[in-house]
Design a binder for this molecule. Structure first.
Ligand code: DSN
Length: 412
């Protein structure tokens, strides 16, 4: 029944309103992004690229795609953009396929040290089709050791070096990566999915200046619709990328999503967006500092971005899986996450990953994140005390009630 579907969507809306969202890869889009993505553009087939389509009636979707490309290139200060990838994974696949042959060597960070499935995990097409070798973070600091990356790169001579991560809370030196890639004759690819919004706001070194090609999702700190993009300054590379995205790995582009991407890129060029990203970073520092005061061990001992990786095993003797479930029960959503040199598996983990982008969008300020850190600490140290947990649930609900979201939106 159609009504049942809308009932479920309404339930999800209430869940979003009534929980504290700390998943570092999630955010809340603006009403304009939502409107574009829910628009009648979903009806249109447009295989190909502007002015080179395989269907008629593409005059307006051509304008939409050109507007998205134009906005993406202005936002990131880059010459070329492909805005069609349905996701970050397909953006990454397109780059590998455009620049490499099956079996070619790629140097990247592994999933358990902060990388991503598509950065060479055995269960992903990436690890199956290409010969990945991984650089590690340092055991002591849990930070990238650029000398070690250089040593590995010179020894292994990869075709491509991949920088970028899903669970790394420190700045990444893309210029250094560029120098290493040049020294060993490799392409440099950067996957900036997590930090794209911070880069857009000028608060992190822009990888587009240094990398041959940059991929990203559009829905994390960038606060757009779910989807991917590919950016480059190299005309030969964009030609190969375009052919690989369509017809290589995708069919018709999702024009409603591309319109929503265009809205998000425009929003990311406003002064408000820069202020927002400054708050995201500042709130992450507060979350991190208060957790440290509460006795928690933080991987890298701090953060430079939107993300805080907590070693819950060392801090409170819980696995990441247990901590995620315990927090879920009081209305705090986060995800279990491997930490560097984690002896467990991705389904158990020793850590949880927390991010501040979503709740900063909801208007949480420093004192709210300090309160969140205290709630997390009390919850994970008293997870078998029902009375304390009930009290914590009320504190979570109060924070949510004080920062409403999507009041204008109804699916009933
Ligand atoms: N799975 C995403 C994340 O949570 O970081 C990355 O694509």
């Amino acid at each position: 029944m159609v009504e049942r579907i809308f009932e479920i969507i309404e339930n999800e809306k209430k869940r979003q309103q009534n929980t504290i969202e700390l998943i570092a890869s999630e955010n809340f889009v603006s009403l304009n992004v939502l409107k574009a993505q829910g628009s009648i553009l979903t009806n249109k087939y447009a295989e190909g690229y502007p002015k080179k389509r395989y269907y008629g009636g593409c005059m307006f979707v051509d304008e939409i795609e050109n507007a998205a490309i134009d906005a993406a290139t202005r936002l990131f200060g880059v010459k070329y953009a492909n805005v069609q990838p349905h996701s970050g994974s397909s953006a990454n696949m397109a780059v590998y396929r455009a620049l490499l042959k099956k079996g070619d060597k790629i140097l990247s960070m592994s999933l358990d040290e902060g990388g991503h499935l598509t950065h060479g995990h055995d269960l992903s097409f990436s690890g199956q089709d290409y010969n990945f070798i991984h650089y590690s973070v340092e055991k002591e600091t849990c930070q990238i050791n650029y000398d070690e990356v250089r040593r590995l790169a010179m020894k292994e001579k990869p075709r491509l070096i991949l920088a970028g991560a899903s669970a790394y809370s420190r700045k990444i030196d893309f210029e250094e990566f560029r120098d290493i890639a040049r020294s060993c004759g490799a392409y440099l690819m950067v996957d900036m999915a997590h930090i794209a919004g911070i880069v857009a706001a000028g608060l992190h070194q822009n990888p587009c200046k240094y990398a041959d090609v940059v991929t990203s999702t559009t829905h994390k700190t960038l606060r757009g619709p779910r989807g991917g993009i590919i950016l480059t300054n190299n005309e030969q590379i964009i030609k190969k990328i375009n052919k690989t995205v369509f017809p290589g790995i995708q069919g018709g582009p999702l024009m409603h999503v591309i319109a929503a991407k265009a809205v998000c890129f425009e929003e990311a060029m406003t002064p408000e967006f820069i202020k927002y990203q400054k708050k995201v970073i500042n709130n992450a520092k507060i979350l991190c500092d208060v957790l440290k005061l509460e006795g928690f061990k933080i991987i890298t001992n701090g953060t430079d971005n939107h993300l805080v990786l907590v070693d819950v095993k060392k801090s409170v003797n819980l696995t990441g899986k247990e901590a995620e479930e315990i927090l879920d029960n009081i209305g705090i959503t986060c995800n279990k996450n491997m930490i560097p040199y984690d002896p467990t598996t991705p389904f158990i983990t020793s850590g949880i990953r927390l991010g501040t982008a979503a709740m900063t969008t909801r208007g949480f300020v420093e004192k709210d994140f300090a309160e969140v850190a205290k709630i997390i600490s009390a919850c994970l140290t008293n997870y078998d005390n029902k009375k304390i947990l009930d009290d914590l649930k009320l504190r979570v609900q109060k924070l949510c009630d004080d920062h409403p979201i999507y009041e204008e939106v109804s699916y009933e």
